[in-house]
Design a protein around this ligand. Structure first.
Ligand code: HEM
Length: 291
């Protein structure tokens, strides 16, 4: 059996990335960690747009096969594992015949589903990836000083991108009521709450910018960035840990990611903001209060 080099390359990249995180804590600078996180995200997401769901989804499911089958015999199943037709939903061939059941449903929904559903997924991925990259450009080049007009323009493009991306995420999740492997209605409402956390913080960031409240704009921009990192990276990293731990309960690991990734990301960003900038929300508010 040939090895899935793309999945192995992702593991190697994730190992280097984890090293950068450790280094970041030691040196108190996270630039390389953030840069590599954006780069891996782009490689994973561009693959959907270039090669399509038939190639990208088996590679994505393949990342989790190794973890979800840890400690199990070759054909040993579990309530949260399932098989797929011709074992086509993962890149591992005969090595793994049981896959996370959400992965089997994910493959079936998009590879065997209608073209309109695939188009919605590509649109979601395209616009959310643009918003993800642009939010870093905005944080790196704040709108004070000479960057003001450029910051405003990119802010508008970025907000339009997250609006379209989130709209299609909400639309896709309205179909989840009948997808028991995702958790049915709990998945649907969970994705709506995830959208509310991400989009709500984006809206707060826009409102504070428009009212000229620079300090609060910065606070909400950082919270939005945290929610976005949570929605993408924490969501997927949490599955690596919860997948094998909770494989006796179908959809439990996915539901935990759906409900908690974005709020957790926001919380982490807020904690770092307070610790590293030394500015608490109440401090910021005080700074804004006219004398
Ligand atoms: C507002 C927060 C988000 C919500 C509610 C959300 C929701 C969703 C939904 C519903 C799906 C399809 C699952 C299905 O219907 O079977 C999906 C897949 C996907 N989303 Fe999101 N998403 C969010 C944020 C993001 C972000 C920020 C990115 C990229 C920067 C992203 C990239 C993807 C990708 C690549 C997939 C395909 C699965 C994968 O390979 O990871 N999403 N998302």
């Amino acid at each position: 059996m040939s090895l899935p080099w793309d999945v192995l390359a992702v593991y190697a990249a994730l190992a280097v990335w984890a090293g950068l995180l450790v280094l970041g804590f030691r040196r108190r600078t996270f630039g390389p960690f953030f840069g590599m996180g954006i780069a891996i995200l782009l490689v994973l997401n561009v693959r959907y747009l270039v090669s399509g769901v038939g190639v990208a989804i088996p590679a994505f499911v393949g990342i989790y096969d190794v973890f979800d089958n840890l400690g199990l015999g070759r054909d040993e199943g579990a309530p949260a594992l399932a098989q797929c037709v011709d074992n086509a939903c993962s890149v591992w061939g005969d090595r793994y015949t049981n896959h996370p059941s959400w992965g089997v449903a994910f493959y079936d929904r998009f590879v065997n589903g209608p073209q309109s559903r695939r188009t919605m997924l590509y649109t979601h991925i395209f616009f959310n990836s643009i918003a993800f990259v642009l939010m870093h450009v905005q944080l790196a080049r704040p709108g004070t000083g000479p960057n003001r007009s450029q910051h405003r323009l990119i802010g508008k493009i970025s907000f339009a991108a997250i609006t379209v991306g989130t709209f299609f995420a909400v639309w896709l999740s309205t179909e989840h009521g009948s997808v028991s492997e995702y958790g049915g209605n709990l998945s649907m409402v969970g994705f709506w709450s995830m959208s509310a956390v991400v989009y709500g913080s984006a809206i707060k960031s826009v409102i504070t910018a428009r009212s000229g409240d620079v300090a609060q704009h910065r606070v909400w921009a950082i919270r939005y960035a945290g929610a976005m990192w949570g929605a993408f990276w924490l969501f997927r990293v949490m599955l690596v840990i919860t997948g094998p731990l909770l494989r006796n309960y179908e959809s439990a690991s996915l539901l935990i990611s759906i409900w908690f990734s974005a709020p957790l990301g926001l919380l982490v960003a807020e904690t770092f903001r307070r610790r590293f900038s030394g500015v608490t929300s109440s401090n910021a508010e005080r700074q804004l209060t006219p004398a």
